[in-house]
Design a protein around this ligand. Structure first.
Ligand code: SF4
Ligand code: SF4
Ligand code: SF4
Length: 482
């Protein structure tokens, strides 16, 4: 009963957009994915009509389904629409309707594998990098907090930033420096439901998103800050309006964290204590133009930073969104890295966490470093937060990482095989050989290192991995791949 009602919410959103759409095709013309997806000859108006058909309960057209499946969330289509529609929402809603109408597998089983893989990866990667007391800063803090009044803001981490926790920790450190009263929420237990939405399981998406919105609202703040652009789109453009339509109220506004920070750029500038003499190019995404403007305001207050504009195509929500067209994705990255090298900058700064995960090691052997924007802000403020994700990735060997992170594995009581599987999924996605079982001699070495390091309370920061590479556990980093 409730599921049907949830589904009705999505149908209502579809019908509303279908009624307003003139099928002019301008959104299609503005989309950067059409040519790379082989839709260069498709008729824009007819393809838009196919999208309208899908969100109205119809079958759409082959071109419309293809377009919906390659949408990366760039948002170039939004300003192109003269009729007040958000075509990104329309196209992605059409993708869900198209997928739920095809295939034999029950909807609820289609996303379980990828969702479980993401959850495991977040749990393992965050624990391998942080001791429990530091990780506690990034876990929902409301339970057990005796507050007299609501926080000024909620910092909503989403899930995946926890794989690169140094970025999230810098966000919190900077809020602390600014004297902002905040609570942290997020993690895989407070997901937005994008995995379910993508597969067209709208009912599961609505249940998850409603629980997450209720959880975020429980802090009592009317301002929630999102780090992740996908969270911002999912909750800000889809779930909050659905929630408002259903319950007659919007418990909070969701705003990008970097926009909030840029509104305090002057105060942040006054807190800068160090020069950061770097020529910086940005690895940007078009997904939220206001974030790109905010980033420029923020870099302008870091003493010594010189921003160098790079003229390359910008596509997608984050790097992972382009996985639908791998050759196109690779060509974009190669073009960008070449342009960055030609510009003679010292630094390429990523903005979002998923881009950082993919690119962070690509500076090795090149004329520039790759860091996250938050590291530059932190450097100016004298804040230290090491990029341990990059460090692990550069080791290029899963067993070596396990040896290196043995103290964390022991502290968190992690299962070695689960850790190993998570690392292979995270770092060795390009591997051609299937991973073999952990070799006994290697396991003995790992157990030995774990025992020794745990007994002396060692920290893995600053150490080099002693384990040799093995064929089944090594992987290639981006610097070599690209
Ligand atoms: S969001 Fe981006 S990729 Fe999706 S339809 Fe709009 S322009 Fe195309
Ligand atoms: S969504 Fe807007 S731009 Fe796209 S076809 Fe409809 S009216 Fe035209
Ligand atoms: S979009 Fe945000 S909340 Fe949703 S799965 Fe991704 S990181 Fe998690």
């Amino acid at each position: 009963m409730e599921s049907d009602a949830y589904l009705d919410d999505f149908r209502a959103r579809g019908e509303e957009m279908a009624a307003a759409c003139t099928r002019c095709g301008d959104c299609f013309r503005a989309c950067p994915m059409t040519d790379p997806a082989g839709l260069g000859q498709a008729d824009p108006s007819a393809t838009a009509q196919g999208i309208v058909s899908l969100i109205s309960g119809g079958e759409g057209t082959e071109d419309a389904v293809r377009w919906a499946n390659v949408c990366t969330g760039s948002g170039n289509c939004i300003p192109a629409c003269r009729y007040g529609i958000n075509p990104r929402l329309m196209v992605q809603l059409a993708r869900g309707f198209a997928r739920r109408a095809t295939g034999e597998t029950p909807l609820s089983e289609r996303w379980r594998g990828t969702f479980a893989g993401m959850s495991r990866g977040v749990r393992m990667l965050s624990r391998l990098q942080l001791p429990p007391e530091t990780l506690a800063r990034l876990t929902p803090s409301r339970a057990g907090t005796a507050r007299r009044s609501p926080p000024e803001v909620v910092f909503y981490t989403g899930c995946n930033i926890l794989k690169t926790p140094h970025i999230a920790l810098l966000c919190l450190d900077i809020l602390d420096r600014l004297g902002v009263d905040y609570e942290v929420m997020g993690g895989v237990g407070q997901c937005c439901g994008v995995y379910q939405y993508r597969e067209g399981d709208f009912e599961a998406n609505a249940r998850i998103a409603t629980a997450t919105i209720d959880g975020l609202a429980s802090a009592g703040s009317t301002t929630v800050l999102s780090w992740c652009p996908s969270c911002q789109i999912q909750i800000g453009e889809l779930s909050l309006p659905n929630y408002e339509a259903r319950f007659g109220m919007r418990p909070f506004d969701l705003n990008p964290f970097l926009v909030f920070l840029a509104e305090r750029a002057e105060a942040l500038g006054a807190l800068m204590t160090r020069r950061v003499d770097k020529r910086v190019a940005l690895h940007e995404r078009p997904v939220l133009p206001e974030v790109n403007a905010a980033v420029r305001r923020l870099l302008a207050v870091v003493p010594g930073v010189e921003l160098v504009e790079i003229d390359v195509p910008r596509v997608g929500t984050q790097a992972n969104s382009l996985a639908v067209l791998p050759a196109f994705k690779r060509a974009l990255v190669e073009k960008e890295l070449a342009a960055v090298a030609d510009a003679g900058v010292t630094t390429l700064a990523t903005i979002y966490h998923a881009c950082h995960r993919e690119l962070c090691d690509a500076g090795e052997g090149r004329s520039f470093e790759i860091v996250n924007l938050m590291e530059l802000l932190g450097e100016g403020l004298g804040l230290v937060s090491h990029d341990l994700y990059k460090r692990l990735k550069l080791m290029q060997d899963v067993d070596a990482i396990i040896v290196e992170t043995a103290p964390r594995i022991a502290e968190h009581g992690l299962d070695l095989e689960t850790v190993r599987d998570a690392l292979l999924s995270e770092f060795a996605a390009d591997r051609t050989a299937a991973p073999g079982p952990l070799q006994p001699d290697r396991r003995n070495r790992i157990d030995g290192f774990m025992a020794a390091r745990t007994s002396r309370g060692a920290d893995f920061a600053g150490r080099r991995a002693p384990a040799p590479k093995s064929r089944t556990t090594s992987f290639t980093n981006a610097a070599t791949r690209l």
